[in-house]
Design a protein around this ligand. Sequence first.
Ligand code: A3P
Ligand code: MG
Ligand code: MG
Length: 373
Amino acid sequence: ARKVPRLDSSRVHASCSLSYPSTSQPPTRPAPFQRPRPLISFSYDTNRQLEFSEAAMRYYVSPPSGADLGHGYERWIRRPEERGRLDGLLRAISEIRKRGTDPVVSIVSWRGVMTKILTAPYEDRDGWELNVMAIRGTLYLEEFIDDARLKEKDNMTPRHRMQTYYGYAFESWCTASSPDVPSGWGGDVDTNVQWCSVVKTKLGDTRMVIGGEVDCVRDRYNGHNDAMLELKTSMAIRGHRDEMRFEKKLLKFYFQSFLLGVPEIVVGFRTPNGQLVTVQSYKTLEIPRLVRGKQDAWDPQICLSWGDRFLTWIKSNVEQPGNAAPGSVWRVKFTPCVGVELALLREEERREVEAGEDRVGFLPRWYYEEIQD
Ligand code: A3P
Ligand code: MG
Ligand code: MG
């Protein structure tokens, strides 16, 4: 468990905070969420080259029962941990504009960041930090992972690394490059390869463009998200405590898929040693009903209402005229059970964010320049 330290106020110009939401009361202001519509999809190949195609898209096939999720571990081509840069998503937004549509957007971010924001009211363990930039009415949000944390993520214990692999191996057992292939190993795991969907949606009054990886599709893909599937693994449930743990995890499964409009989640339950026991499919929109009224239940409305409040709060602070020069970077810190703080980074910290690369803040310079005209 890693707690985020409080912001060091001597190092920032301006800061403010937002208190933690209550999960024991109904949300103060309900926030409607618009059904996400896909705008474009793209693929990363084994060399992390991005192309606007469905080359990396996979089809769902039922996995063999008892499959070994440790299979192929020694052949895993592992993508190193990296900073949460928006580059791929910005390439997609640029491409959408080139194709003639310019979506009105107030937020641009990866789906993983939005999931962290929305599930914060129920997060009691892991803090997070974001970098934020505001340009011409649009907020860009990236996860900020400092060098120490990046190293820590890269140096997992062998046991943790194996458990992470089980999730990827499940994807391989469940997918193939064409829909009518018999069940079996779908090919060695290469975590460079990903298929991503970019959607537009709206939370409260905030229009957003969100990108995220999609694990596979059922049968046929026609540019809509209704055929998309999320794959997950979880420990087989043996008793009440396991059940509660799983229901807690469902909150993250739910929002991860909900945000992209992925309608179905296939969960592979496994033994501690990575043997697949059962597979169960969940309809994303029905998940909240499964936990309602249970001990430790969560309410998605609390998350949406909090997300709306959080985003509106950031926007109103970073967009105040005279509050920051163009290209400024803000930092948001979330501390579980406390709340969030926002501060404008000083020049030296802004340079740390640029990491010696050709960037303005965390945005690639080519993108920054493209949106100036
Ligand atoms: P599981 O989720 O089945 O454990 P995703 O489910 O988002 O498509 O991610 C695929 C797998 O990547 C996960 O499988 C997990 O093994 C690994 N993974 C994803 N996010 C992770 C994180 N924050 N830390 C460690 N592993 C992660
Ligand atoms: Mg995935
Ligand atoms: Mg998955």
